[in-house]
Write a protein that binds this ligand. Sequence first.
Ligand code: NAP
Length: 238
Amino acid sequence: MILGGTVEARDLAARLAAKGADAVTSLAGRATRPAYPGKVRVGGFGGAAGLRDYLATEGVAVVVDATHPFAAVMSPNAAVVCAELGVEYLRLERPEWRPAVGDDWRDAASLEEAAEMLPLASRAFLAVGAQSLPPFLRRTDAALIVRSIVRPDGGEHPNITMVEAKGPFTVEGERALFQAHRVEVIVAKNAGGRAADAKLVAARELGLPVIMVRRPAGQPAADAATPEAIMVRLQPHL
Ligand code: NAP
């Protein structure tokens, strides 16, 4: 079973489908999605106990955790439950973004810290996802430009401008967006990968600071950074 929700999970699902492997991708089901390769199941398991039941009932031999690096509940749950059941657990996690020459990144340990770090009365572009908005709502002095796949709770707040969009994004598009909204600072989660890195290039080009939120502590260690490398690890099962 692949725990999905990332570009890498979809890529891995396609590779396994091409091999005729008996694989299923599990999705949380909060975002709309285009057709997925192979079998799919949707929705939470009902915590660790529900996941344990599912893995045992379905006779799952190996779990590839390809959730987003910020999925701080699902990943630790999966690692613990797999260890209890003796099911092989592999974590597919793409590398973090690193600052390049010309970047002005400010490190934040959490979304709460990032919200506190916004300069007073600034115009901030939040590329953090709908679920991560609440800590920023306290910053009533700031103008928040929020991009999200779905309209978040609190999205009707008076100091929020919503931009509903789904990546991948282009550098030109990001630059135009930042200029149109007179953005002064960007807040991003250190997700890594190519689908969302255009905003970082645009920020560098425009000389805008980026408050970069660190990945959550306590995530299981990565076993591989790419679907190709996971396929090698899965070879004994294929
Ligand atoms: P989370 O906080 O770790 O998960 C919250 C709950 O959602 C989990 O306890 C679990 O419910 C359910 N869940 C999460 N991933 C699931 C999966 N692949 N299959 C079935 N249930 C799942 O994670 P999250 O931040 O809400 O992320 C949810 C999904 O969105 C993940 O698949 C992740 O890859 C994707 N995603 C997250 C982000 C982000 O910034 N966090 C960004 C892009 C995509 P139960 O406890 O009931 O099993």
